[in-house]
Design a protein around this ligand. Structure first.
Ligand code: MEV
Length: 426
């Protein structure tokens, strides 16, 4: 059985961590080299992914430990340039682990395609005419993606709205497409473009935009977990965390930073698995404002045992087939590490990371602040920049943190002193 609790994982060397992961997933030599960056990412693949490719931009891939999701332990791959994110997620997940971990659900895998129809003389009658032709519209859409239909997905419904702007009325048709294990942008956009001429015929209008909506409100991932008051540092800390949540819930200036912290975890997993970070981010922020005010994506309350109960609700348009999820060799390995078999499991796992990340940030903010935790990591980066080798870094970091002086010039001084000592045999 896979156990995601690995005490001291962070203290291992990169090679030791990788060998632990390798043993769990039976990675072959080629896969190991790929993760370590020893097999360069094929520039041909990079060039086929985007235009005007001139090189690569490596981002560290970390593994968050301690996640238990619906009773199953999972290791979470996270691609991020930001220090503390992986450690914070692992720490929060450790606290949730003690209380059974995370529990999740997904509302479905339905995405919306929007078709904008202009220049209609009678938009409300056109709306009625569209609904009369619903079966034919869905049939034409599904003819474009027989594979999706054979997998149990496809266009399943439509919704029509009339929007009145200051100078015109336009009709907006939503195609509701069950995209199953795909994120769905390709399937939805293809259907929207294909069915547009038929919509013009029905409405006698002119179709302009035909595009997916990233407000994936029919693909909502939910996760919840309980964190013990004792582990969090007592009831006062719990109360402060709830106060921090309420601050975010009612103040958009705070909510945006609070949600940014949630997205630190979410985007890292979305990126690691080759999914579209911008699609998920845009959807998340739009959903945070769905009430008319921008609010927290999480909710925090004190349960009847006096522990902290957290939950998150977030649109999660991610897939495990198509695009970079399949073409990017490291994204494929990330999916393997996660051990998921459906986009549903992936979406739900990602939501748990958002919840964990939020708890970790609020706990730090409600107690000692975030700078202390950042200091050691910052010092580590600076020591590397100053030219300290692997054996010297820890000593320099310890000293700088002890002195509470994490500035580049001081770290450089410490590095030079240490290296001089080593050279002189002191
Ligand atoms: C920093 O990347 C994220 C935080 O600002 C999130 C928060 O304030 O809740 C720490």
């Amino acid at each position: 059985m896979l156990i995601s609790r690995v005490p001291g994982f962070f203290k291992l060397s990169v090679e030791e961590r990788l060998s632990l992961i390798t043993n769990k997933w039976n990675f072959n030599e080629e896969e190991k080299k790929l993760l370590l960056g020893l097999t360069p990412f094929p520039i041909k693949i990079a060039d086929s992914m985007i235009e005007n490719t001139v090189g690569l931009m490596p981002i560290p891939l970390g593994i968050a430990t301690n996640f238990k999701i619906n009773g199953e332990d999972r290791f979470i791959p996270m691609a991020t340039e930001e220090p503390s994110v992986v450690a914070a997620a692992s720490n929060a997940a450790k606290m949730a682990y003690e209380k059974g971990g995370f529990f999740t659900s997904l509302s479905g895998s339905i995405m919306r395609g929007q078709i904008q129809v202009l220049d209609i003389a009678d938009p409300y009658s056109a709306m009625a005419r569209i609904y009369e032709k619903k079966a034919e519209i869905l049939k034409r859409c599904n003819a474009k993606d027989p594979t999706l239909v054979s997998l149990g997905g496809g266009a399943i419904d439509i919704e029509v709205n009339v929007i009145k702007t200051s100078n015109q009325s336009m009709l907006i048709l939503h195609l509701l497409v069950d995209t199953r294990d795909a994120m769905g942008a390709n399937a939805v956009n293809t259907m929207a473009e294909a069915v547009a001429p038929f919509i013009e015929t029905i409405t006698s209008g002119r179709v302009a935009l035909r595009i997916i909506s990233n407000l994936a409100d029919r693909r909502i991932a939910r996760a919840r977990a309980v964190f013990s008051a004792k582990q969090l540092g007592g009831i006062e800390v719990v109360k402060n965390i709830v106060n921090a949540f309420e601050f975010a819930e009612f103040d958009p200036y705070r909510a945006v930073t609070h949600n940014k912290g949630i997205m630190n975890g979410i985007s890292a997993v979305v990126l690691a698995t080759g999914n579209d970070t911008r699609a998920v981010e845009a959807g998340a922020h739009a959903y945070a404002s769905i009430s008319g005010q921008y609010r927290s994506l999480t909710k925090w309350e004190i349960n009847e045992d006096g522990d902290l109960a957290g939950s998150i609700e977030i649109p999660m348009a991610v897939g495990i087939v198509g695009g970079a999820t399949k073409s990017h060799p490291v994204a494929r390995l990330a999916l393997k590490i996660l051990g998921i078999h459906t986009a549903e499991e992936l979406a739900e796992s990602i939501a748990t990371v958002g919840l964990a990340q939020n708890l970790a940030a609020m706990r730090a903010l409600a107690t000692e602040g975030i700078q202390k935790g950042h200091m050691a990591l910052h010092a580590r980066n600076l020591a590397m920049m100053a030219g300290a080798n692997e054996n010297e870094i820890d000593q320099i970091v310890q000293q700088a943190v002890k002195e509470q002086d994490v500035r580049y010039d001081r770290i450089l001084e410490l590095t030079k002193q240490l290296q001089k000592g080593v050279v002189n045999g002191k």
